[in-house]
Design a protein. Sequence first.
Length: 298
Amino acid sequence: MGKPVNSRSQQQTSVAAEDAVEPGQSGAPAPGPVDKAMEVLSALAETGAPHRLADLARRTGLAKPTVHRLLRALAAAGYADPATGGSYRPGPRLLGLAAGVLADDAALRAAGPVLDELRVRTGLFASYVVRDARTVIHLDVRAPVQALGLDLRPGAREAVTAGAAGISLLAALPPEDAEALLGETETETETETETETETDAATGVGEATRAVLAAAVRDGYAFDGADAWRDRRALAAVVRGAGGDVVGALALTGLAFTLDDAAAQLYGPMVRSAAAAVSASLAAQPGVRLGVITGERR
């Protein structure tokens, strides 16, 4: 009997099997090749590039060989760019697409000058934020002259319940939708905790978030004095598009001693008015594209 031949069809079956199952995912619905490529692309676009292969595999939950194969395909298409030490950064084609979309967005164009004014008047970070399911992304960040050790960059992502930016967007949702997102976040947090003390702390964070949410509904802006980083504070107010739908939020972020309760009472109405001004400028500018992505991400 001759030696078995590894035919092209067998090779394709092997690759398909690799795409279908990842370590630790047995029994769960397997993401398809496109889902995996999107996860790698999203991880590649996070701040801190260039990214090591091991870090990208950890962030996506995919096996290193799968991530490496997808990175090579993305690099061939111009969406990834190999760097030193086997790491990767976003490629020129991805950067060009992002730059084109951002430059063409009405909300970002309207928010830019307002962010600069907020930064100058307050000495804090001023940013334009949008929601992506259960996270928020800072799309445009204007840094003060003295950042005082606080690092906030475009592309920074955080949980929707982690700070004032996300809370302001939650406050604009129907109460049942906001409560559903809060419930999902609490469930995930409690699942990740391992001790009774940690679980109690997670529940306390949920109660604190609900209090901040209620205040945001009342005041028209959110102020979070105890966010996930504990050494920084933020306040934010939503921006609405031409149809009245929420498209994003303006946020101020600073260290706790630069954005205390007294400063929040002064800057909160300022951010609320600034967000209203951006909203008014968008009312006659249909075509705002960037905004809330409500679909679930794998």
